[in-house]
Design a protein around this ligand. Structure first.
Ligand code: ADP
Ligand code: MG
Length: 379
């Protein structure tokens, strides 16, 4: 078959400016990729508001309803009109502030985005007020004047019908159990890092919470209550630090699983400067050590908190802030990898030694390696 070359030269299409509502909805789809991204933004807002208790309720994997309630400082009445406009924030004033920002949020986009792809209702009360206010938003603006209402301390934000106006997105998210699992996983991660805050997460109307943590001074206790005893009793405490400006400056502390822990998938809970992030390079580096050191080929459980000077972390590299970029990342990864390796070898050797000792003298009570660097867990 032969194609005849087209004689006709195509006219360039006209360029026009997109409607602001289209721009906003497209941008919103990027910030709120799925229900769990909305929950993450809301919980981070609650943390930024100095809450000590945060509870999440979810219907239909978040597509029908997401409700996040906190006991934080609340939102001023005067700010309610611009609360859900794009680029309105209380956390950042000038670009340079990004260098030293401590809050999770700074883009002023999360709430706005939610109003472009869902129906948002805010109930909030600030300290010393006799009553709170409730107001609903659509496409960045209030649907009506805030109404006075009874309220306890803090803020409750409800999102209904997420992605009601994004048919393709809704279709791909129909499997609602999937996102509920992701939400439970997210809250579990927050809970074991922010141990001074109590978290709960449940399906709307359910009596039992699927995540339930109470504030505790012990990280290990928190891991036990969230991930269970089988995880908590098989952890080794790990620490590393460097303070050499020519190579790297960081402090790391956390827990990694020992050789008794068995899992098919890696769980890596990583916070960098208190931000929940992912770092594939670090995860791979640790997995390599586990594969090479442990005979059972189990995948690890890792909780790690890394603190760096704020000016060494670029927090503005991802629309959902899922990743950050670090100065001297390679050096830091290598250093942490070698500390993991030596901790693991030590724990492995003492375990082999203990097992031999147990075999040799059956009268000795069995020894497990959970006494390695792990403070005892209350029963
Ligand atoms: P950002 O967190 O980047 O500032 P958001 O759209 O998430 O942007 O929130 C906008 C503003 O609304 C925040 O800066 C904060 O002042 C206020 N806010 C949002 N959620 C809460 C909350 N749960 N408690 C108190 N203030 C809140
Ligand atoms: Mg925010």
């Amino acid at each position: 078959m032969e194609f005849e070359p087209t004689e006709e030269v195509k006219e360039p299409p006209r360029i026009h400016r997109l409607d602001e509502s289209v721009v906003n909805r497209i941008a919103a789809g990027e910030v709120i990729q799925r229900p769990v991204s909305a929950v993450k933004e809301l919980v981070e807002n609650s943390l930024d508001a100095s809450s000590t208790s945060i509870s999440v309720a979810v219907k239909d994997g978040g597509l029908k309803l997401i409700q996040v309630s906190d006991d934080g400082h609340g939102i001023r009445y005067e700010d309610l009109p611009i609360l859900c406009e794009r680029h309105t924030t209380s956390k950042l004033s000038k670009y340079e502030d990004l260098q030293s920002i401590k809050s999770m949020g700074f883009r002023g986009e999360a709430l706005a985005s939610m109003t472009y792809v869902g129906h948002v209702t805010v109930t909030t009360i600030t300290r010393g007020q006799l009553h709170g206010y409730r107001v609903s938003y659509r496409d960045g603006v209030m649907e009506h004047e805030p109404k006075a209402c009874a309220a306890v301390k803090g803020t409750q934000i409800v999102i209904e019908n997420l992605f009601y106006n994004m048919i393709a997105r809704r279709k791909t998210l129909q499997n609602s159990t999937d996102d509920y699992t992701k939400i439970v996983d997210l809250l579990s991660r927050f809970a074991i890092h922010h141990i001074d805050v109590s978290f709960s997460c449940r399906k709307h109307g359910a009596a039992r919470a699927d995540v339930h943590s109470v504030a505790t001074p012990s990280r290990l206790n928190s891991i036990k209550s969230v991930y269970g005893l089988s995880v908590a009793q098989n952890l080794i405490k790990i620490e590393a630090a460097d303070n050499d400006p020519s190579s790297s400056v960081f402090e790391m502390d956390g827990f990694i699983s020992n050789s008794n822990y068995v899992a098919k998938k890696t769980t890596m809970v990583l916070f960098i400067n208190d931000r929940l992030v992912e770092c594939t390079a670090l995860k791979r580096a640790i997995e390599v050590v586990y594969a090479a050191t442990l005979p059972k080929a189990s995948k690890p459980f890792i909780y790690m908190s890394i603190i760096l000077p704020p000016e060494h972390v670029d927090v503005n590299v991802h629309p959902t802030k899922r990743e950050v970029s670090l100065l001297n990342q390679e050096v830091i990864v290598e250093k942490i990898q070698s500390v993991v390796e030596s901790m693991l070898r030590n724990s492995n050797e003492s375990r082999t030694f203990q097992e031999q000792a147990v075999e040799a003298s059956p009268s000795v009570p069995p020894v497990t390696s959970n006494d390695l660097d792990v403070s005892p867990l209350p029963s």
